[in-house]
Structure formats: C-alpha cells, structure tokens
Ligand binder design. Structure first.
Ligand code: RFL
Length: 393
C-alpha cells in the first residue's frame, strides 16, 4: 500500500544537528515541515560526536527564542590547555565576548532539540527507510520513503533540506556534474576513542614528536581521546593498553582514570566543500555540503549556521514571497564555510606539523612552532584566534 497524498512546505531529510535545528526554527515560524530520519530516536540521542557550541551558534539559538530550552552544558572556558613536549602551556585567548559559548556534548544538544521539536508538535518520523528524492528541479518535489510498518509514503513539498550528512541520499540525488567537490587530505588520521574517563579540563591537547593527542570532556564522566596516526593504521592495532600508553607518552603525564573504552574509530582528516550548496529546490546543509577536520571544532557549528541561514530564507520566501535570501543561500553559506575551512586547515596543520615531523618534515615543524609561539607573543594573533574559536569572525 502506498500513501501519496501528504503535503508540506519543507521536507527535512536527516535528524542531526542541522535538520533538528532547522525543524525547530521553521516550527517556531509557523512553517510546516516534516523531518525524516533513517535511524531510531534512541540511536540518534546516543550518538556521541562534537562538544563545542561556539558563541555565534549560542546567540543564534537566543535569537530564535530557543536558548533556554536547547542550550545545555557548561560555559566555554576561554582557555586551551596545551601540553608541548610534555610541558603544560595554557593558552588564554583574548575575546571581547565569550559568555555565550557552551561545552555541550552533541548528543545532549540533539536530545534537547528533539524534546523541544516533538513537545511543540513537530512532525519527526524515525525509522524512515529507503528515502528517495524525486523531481528536485520541478515546482513541487517529492520525497518517498518506507515507514517502520513497511508502508511506502510520498510527501510533496516546496523545498527539500538535505541534512543527511556526508553519506546521505540528498547530495547523491543531484545529477552528476552539477556540483564541484573541492577537497584536501591532510595525510594522517585520528584514532578517536570514547572512554569512561573524567577529564580535568574541558580540553587538553598535546604537541609531541610521537604525534598529536587530545582529550576532550564529554560530560562529567567521559572523555573523547584523539591520537594522530598513519592513514593505514587499523583499529585492531590499537589495543586498550596501547591507547593508554601512547596517550600518556604524548601528554608526558599519567591519565588520571583509565576507564572502560566504549568505542574506537579511525577518521582520516580531510576538508571537503561541495559547490553550490543547492540544486533546484534541494538545499544541502551541514555535513551533506561540507566536512571540516574535527581539530577546529567547527563541523557542528557550520551545520547550525546553515540551518539559521536556510530557515531565515524560507521564512522570507513563505511570508513575503521574496526569494532573494533563498537564491543567495549557497553563496552566503559558502563564504562562511571557506572562512572556517581556512581556520580549520591552519589550526590542523599547526597542531600536527609542530609535533611529528615524519609527515611534513623538519622545516614545516619549525614553521608550525613559530606560529604556535606567535599566539602567545602577539595580541593580534591571539585576538584573531579567539574570534575564530568563538565564531565571531
Ligand atoms: P549528522 O549529525 O551526521 O546528521 C545527519 C543525520 O542524517 C541521518 N541520515 C538519514 N536520514 C534519512 N535518510 C537517509 N538516507 C539518511 N542518511 C543519513 C543520519 O542518521 C543523521 O541523523 O549531520 P549534520 O546535522 O550535518 O551535523 C554535522 C555534525 O554532526 C558534524 O559536523 C560534527 O559531528 C563533526 N564533528 C565535530 N564537530 C564539531 O563542531 N566539534 C567537534 O568536536 C567534532 N567532533 C565530529 C567530531 C565528527 C566526528 N565523526 C562523525 C567522525 C568527532 C567525530 C568522531
């Protein structure tokens, strides 16, 4: 049986941070939308990833009147804790305004976004399988999917928001040759490890000849650890003992609590931008349109920025029949995306090149060390860094 008579204004594919933020912004503006998510609610609410909501993103929630109900976590400390060759080098960045950023695990943000959306009557459908986008260049595109009961459903709409990440169906529905993919591979990977190990600081990052290491708090009882490793590493090589040994060697101090490790993943570091970020009536948001290396803590914030720009544009179109902001959606977002890709590439190179010279050589190591010292010696460099971290640049 197939049910084909559903209509809405926006179908949002994917209930990650981009899709859920967008859904909430549209709902508050009185614009109909349906959110389709392939996974279950339990799965989405437990998926652990990012942890930093920058000042810009926090303000955006305030402007949409959602900050009180959505923003969790502790205020962002304006300090990055570096360990350089085993020595502590705290770095306090100068910023005129750092009161709004939050250290909030992504799954907490996602949970809050779901609670508010569903609580306010939003239409969020989990377990949507085999999503297909139809007639995306026509006046009334359709999204077809199979629900949990095996029923095929078709929802017609004015716009589709592709918020389904790098491996979703939205971007691949765009005919070949319409988008240009710009990408950069950094030449190494991160072993990312989630462990029951409380952190003493919101973040700790080590620059060391054996490679980069990081520890980022994920709530009061858990941390995510990162270890730079070669692209051809395999997770199997990384026993729990080896992970703790290597982390302690790079930090040059013992890890306080070495609790249970619940996940290990290898992530090749890369930057990707798809241009333009729209085709016909399909608009790409978040990881579906761009990937930034996790070193910059900007992936989630860029996804939120896209949601803000797109929601504002749809409101303008629906309420005032003014397509100007929608037409400018891709160029508006790409300007911001490239600005943050530049910051992310610079910071990623600096933190890795300054430590392990076996990837890019001794000359680059010394350049990176000079740039690192400039952060401490130059107020201008410090200020610029602070503006990027808070998202206010
Ligand atoms: P998401 O969060 O991946 O959500 C996409 C949603 O789409 C669903 N989906 C589908 N639904 C229906 N039909 C389909 N065919 C579908 N295919 C997929 C998925 O199930 C999912 O629910 O993308 P979004 O919303 O664009 O958000 C992007 C952010 O999640 C991402 O940029 C960050 O997590 C990146 N990232 C980090 N960003 C930061 O800002 N700071 C960090 O510290 C940080 N650490 C990380 C990260 C990403 C990581 N991964 C994924 C490698 C650490 C890790 C380990």
């Amino acid at each position: 049986m197939s049910v084909s008579d559903e209509n809405t204004t926006v179908v949002i594919v994917g209930a990650g941070v981009a899709g859920l933020a967008l859904g909430n912004f549209l709902l508050r503006s009185g614009i109909d939308c349906v959110v389709l998510e392939r996974r279950s609610r339990e799965y989405v609410e437990q998926r652990q990833r990012a942890g930093v909501i920058d000042t810009r993103a926090a303000r955006m929630f305030r402007e949409w009147g959602l900050a009180d109900r959505i923003l969790g976590g502790a205020p962002l400390e304006p300090v990055l804790n570096f360990r350089v060759d085993g020595r502590t080098r705290p770095f306090r960045y100068v910023t005129d305004d750092h009161g709004d950023g939050r250290f909030c695990p992504q799954q907490v943000l996602v949970r809050n976004l779901i609670d508010v959306f569903v609580g306010d009557g939003g239409d969020l459908r989990f377990g949507a399988e085999d999503v297909e986008l139809e007639d995306i260049s026509g006046p009334r595109p359709r999204v077809r999917y199979r629900d949990g009961a095996g029923v095929t459903r078709i929802v017609a709409c004015d716009f589709i928001a592709g918020c389904d990440g790098d491996h979703g169906v939205s971007r691949s529905s765009i005919p070949e040759g319409e988008l240009t993919r710009h990408s950069h591979e950094y030449g190494y990977a991160w072993l990312t490890v989630l462990a029951e190990a409380p952190a003493n600081h919101q973040s700790m990052m080590a620059i060391h000849p054996r490679g980069f290491a990081g520890q980022f708090a994920r709530g009061p009882r858990a941390s995510r650890f990162y270890l730079q490793c070669p692209l051809d590493s395999s997770v199997e090589e990384w026993t729990d003992d080896r992970i703790w040994e290597e982390t302690e060697a790079r930090f040059g101090e013992p890890v306080g609590v070495k609790g249970r490790i619940s996940s290990k993943t290898l992530v090749p570091l890369r930057s990707v931008v798809h241009d333009p970020m729209s085709h016909g009536r399909l608009y790409l948001l978040g990881d579906a349109a761009h990937i930034v290396p996790p070193m910059s803590a900007k992936g989630m914030n860029l996804a939120l920025h896209d949601a803000d720009v797109f929601a504002t544009a749809v409101v303008k179109q629906v309420k005032e029949q003014d397509a100007g902001l929608l037409d400018a959606y891709s160029s508006t977002c790409l300007k911001h995306v490239w600005n943050y890709q530049a910051f992310a590439a610079w910071f990623t190179d600096l933190m890795h090149d300054a430590g392990d010279a076996s990837y890019h050589g001794e000359f680059r190591r010394r350049l990176a060390r000079a740039e690192f010292e400039r952060l401490y010696d130059s107020e201008t460099a410090n200020q610029l860094f602070g503006e990027f971290l808070t998202g206010l640049n």
